[in-house]
Design a protein around this ligand. Structure first.
Ligand SMILES: [Zn+2]
Length: 110
């Protein structure tokens, strides 16, 4: 049995729905494959947590809170740029040199 095969049967394995043959093959693989053993342990944790707490459902409010938390963290991360130093370095007064990017219109065939 390979990792993919085991991953395919993981839930059946945990629920005891596998054939005896498949189950022993799964156990054999788990004994020799560290990563699959870890996956099984983690999956068991999640399943037991879900069983304890019932179905974990996010309300719209929860989602909004999560989203705002994430976006505020991202905003913090982008604020690292030190603007003071740039202003100190030289004259940032005239910015008329900026070229305009245009020409999204026609593309040459080729
Ligand atoms: Zn494996």
């Amino acid at each position: 049995m390979r990792c993919e095969d085991l991953a395919d049967r993981l839930t059946d394995f945990m629920e005891g729905d596998l054939d005896a043959e498949e189950e022993s093959a799964a156990l054999e693989h788990l004994a020799s494959c560290e990563s699959c053993e870890r996956v099984l342990a983690e999956t068991r944790d999640v399943v037991s947590l879900a069983a304890e707490h019932g179905r974990p459902e996010l309300t719209a409010k929860d989602r909004a809170r999560m989203f705002s938390a994430i976006t505020s963290e991202m905003a913090d991360a982008t604020e690292v740029v030190d603007v003071g130093k740039i202003g100190d370095a030289g004259d940032m007064g005239d910015v008329s040199d900026i070229e305009e990017v245009g020409g999204m219109g026609s593309s040459s065939g080729g």
